[in-house]
Design a protein around this ligand. Sequence first.
Ligand SMILES: *Cc1c(COP(=O)(O)O)cnc(C)c1O
Length: 415
Amino acid sequence: MSDLPTVVATRGAAAPDLAERAAHLDAVDELAPARALFTLNDGVVYLDGNSLGALPSHVPDRMRDVITRQWGELGIRSWSESGWWTAPERVGDRIAPLVGARPGTVVVADSTSVNVFKALVAGARLVPEDRDEIVVDGTTFPTDGYIAQSVARLTGKRLVAVEPAGLAARLGPRTAVALVNHVDFRTGRLHDLPGITAAVHAAGGIAVWDLCHSAGALPVGLDTHGVDLAVGCTYKFLNGGPGSPAFLYVAPRHQAAFDSPLPGWNSHADPFAMAPGYAAADGAPRGRVGTPDILSLLAADAALDVWDHEAVSIGAVRAKSLALTDFFLECVAAYAPPGRLASLTPAAHAERGSQVALRCEGAPEVMETLIARGVVGDLRRPDVLRFGFTPLYVGFADAERAARVLAEVLAGKAA
Ligand SMILES: *Cc1c(COP(=O)(O)O)cnc(C)c1O
């Protein structure tokens, strides 16, 4: 930081102005108090909440109770007395308002990968069999693509990979299901969920959305936009902890016909009948498979408490996310040596998720140095620096500092 004035001098930018503006923006930020709810290292700017959300500080005590009292003292009684058995639906109902879904439509279970499988096969089973194409976002997160490929083989359908911008034009009477990422994990581009969903419906297909990078980051409006099925992570912007279980949304109009390819005893209408024949439960439990991973699930449950605080709402989070990413891009433009970085993240707010992706020559070494200097983002090989902005715990001074350190690293300056 001692070399800040040099950076300013060489770039001619008004760094102190940006630092002052950051201080002002933080001072008037209604979400600023939420930062105190998290355990963060003060020496570090944590811009990787789109990969693993930070720890809400009350979670360890809650988990101590879950482990020592609920498990240790109550033991098996906790399946009923501590509400373990119904936790997948109860936690689903807490996530539902964050993604614009009504109660009873979301269940928390298994990983996103597994839920993509359930949603794709069940989606294909909702339309006539002569619809023989599964359309997948050509820029998708890899796991969705791999699973779509396997589902196509299992169901005897053809896999069609198309970039989201060209997706509507590729739909037609053969479309069974379309699987799209709401936000591109690499570039941070936000795709047109209402428009693409409407196009899938106009073609007579089922729209499946992967909300991993939008749940907890921006309003999704699942019910409003008539989405059929959706999946998403709880360990990114929902801060549920490493590997915390994912969620699955089934629109009310599809619940009775939702035919899971993984019918386990937990999704049986009467699980404790231990009957040889399968009969699906009604509603959200139909998305379950086997015994829930209670410890991870209850850590995610506890983490959702931060959304109960008065100032915290998904609308406020979205507004701050856009302001933060705008400000970070402005600081980068002011500080960084010209020509070294190219933003892959759309400038238009309507097309931006909650991250900034910068293409950079020598990105692996740059990110390694950034992390060593306390700015934690991540790398998407070969050349993308990714910075996730979680408005609940990232502030404007963080954004300014991250851009300043990035510029110093690019200029080859020591700390
Ligand atoms: C993070 C992410 C996943 C992760 O899936 P897991 O099964 O939890 O490993 C899937 N899809 C997208 C779009 C993601 O961003």
